[in-house]
Design a protein around this ligand. Structure first.
Ligand code: NAD
Ligand code: DAU
Length: 368
């Protein structure tokens, strides 16, 4: 039986990971440590609230004493680190929070892990520190460049990706210098249930339903590789169980698409959903699709993101070869699941967007 500390478990990927892990390994202890920033929502963990092995702690990773205490008290042997400031646009308008959480916070976790797992008498027999990182640390690709591999040199270009790159280096340094048992995964763009509607895919779905403009940066030609979140959390499981200590694994969906194509695909899927279900027009009267018009009429070209990376692509051959990982969801299937989930969970996204989920949480839970 493993005893996990999951940082950032109330965020998008962290919550999906907690759902997955508690279903897959019900005997394992799962302690979530989350500061509940605007991106962290306890409502996203409602489904696991009654699991007997689950505990939620509302604290910051920047508080090293809290982390040390939790590692000891809960006899944690596996730390899975998702907590971060994760949105590139926010890192451009306010980089300081990214330095604090992504660099200082990660370093605090490493110090706590070192002190409890390496320098104390009551350390667990074995331990693992898994760091969840991003493909953005590798910078931007040209049209015919090969995908990022684990040996591609780091060239981060936004304050977000620079802070994640720094955290990756610190994680590896703690392995090299102190022998901490670490692994890292660098993944491409995720999408799926519980993603905060500031990221491209959920933002476009919400705006199309509410009849608001669909803001496409620049000419929409920028390319990302997309992975359905359920595949990402399965890949992390494989890295934790089969990955070599000290090593890094790149994870991707092999689904490179231009932003404008993604937005058009979302618009077509929403138009089709409204055509198939007349009830949607009554629920979302401001959607163009409610009046039989194309959602694509909302597409609006806006000023480009400063320093906007043009293309990301992943060479995931190592994860496939050494871990047996390959995605189970293709982009069209994953996108349809995501749209269906958003249609079925309107209360969740309205509440997280206007902050009222905090009132909802206050009514449902006593906060630790
Ligand atoms: P998210 O923004 O949805 O969630 C981040 C979570 O971290 C939130 O619950 C937030 O409350 C919590 N958090 C923030 N600061 C904290 C602090 N100081 N202490 C404790 N908790 C704190 O992010 P996400 O999209 O789920 O990403 C999770 C991780 O995966 C991040 O490290 C990100 O860099 C990485 N990643 C994300 C993607 C993607 O496409 N979303 C792709 C690859 C890697
Ligand atoms: O590649 C992995 C990364 O993917 C993660 O590490 C980050 O945490 C995650 O936020 C994501 O970063 P991106 O910047 O690629 O994601 P975002 O959803 O913000 O944007 C995707 C693309 O869409 C990007 O080229 C910018 C563009 N975009 C985004 C928004 C929010 C638009 O054209 N319009 C928008 O309104």
């Amino acid at each position: 039986m493993a005893r996990l500390l999951v940082t950032g478990g109330a965020g998008f990927i962290g919550a999906n990971f907690v759902h997955y892990w508690t279903a897959q390994y019900p005997e394992d202890r799962v302690v979530v440590l989350d500061a509940l920033t605007y991106a962290g929502n306890r409502a996203s963990l409602e489904a696991v609230a009654d699991c007997k092995q689950y505990r939620f702690v509302n604290e910051s990773i920047v508080n090293e004493d809290v982390v040390c205490e939790l590692l000891r008290e809960e006899r944690i042997d596996t730390l899975v680190h998702f907590a971060a400031e994760s949105h590139v646009d926010r890192s451009i308008s306010g980089p300081a929070a990214f330095i604090n959480t992504n660099i200082v916070g990660t370093h605090n976790l490493l110090q706590a892990a070192r002190s409890v797992w390496l320098d104390s008498d009551d350390a667990p027999a074995s331990h693992r520190f898994h760091h969840v990182s991003t493909d953005e640390v590798y910078g931007s690709l040209g049209p015919s460049d090969p995908g990022f591999s684990e040996t591609t040199p780091y060239a981060p270009s936004s304050p977000y990706s620079a802070s994640k790159a720094a955290s990756d280096h610190l994680v590896r340094a703690y392995h090299h210098t102190y022998g901490l048992q670490v692994t890292t995964s660098n993944c491409s763009n995720n999408y799926g249930p519980y993603q905060f509607p500031e990221k491209l895919i959920p933002l476009m779905i919400v705006n199309a339903l509410d009849g608001k403009p669909l803001p496409v940066y620049g000419d929409g030609s920028n390319i990302r590789d997309w992975l359905y979140v359920a595949d990402h959390v399965r890949a992390i499981d494989l890295v934790i169980k089969r990955g070599e200590v000290g090593e890094t694994y790149n994870v991707g969906g092999n689904e490179e698409r231009a932003n404008i194509d993604i937005v058009n695909t979302i618009c077509e899927a929403i138009d089709a959903a409204f055509a198939a279900d007349p009830g949607l027009a009554a629920r979302f009267p401001d959607a163009p699709a409610a009046g039989g018009r194309d959602s694509a009429s909302l597409i609006t070209s806006v000023k480009d993101r400063p320093g906007h990376d043009w293309r990301y692509a992943i060479d995931a051959s190592r994860a496939q070869r050494e871990l047996g990982f390959s995605p189970q969801h293709d982009f069209i299937g994953g996108l349809q699941n995501t749209i269906n989930w958003m249609l079925d969970n309107e209360a969740w996204w309205r509440a997280v967007m206007d902050g009222s989920y905090r009132d909802w949480v206050a009514k449902h839970y006593a906060v630790d």
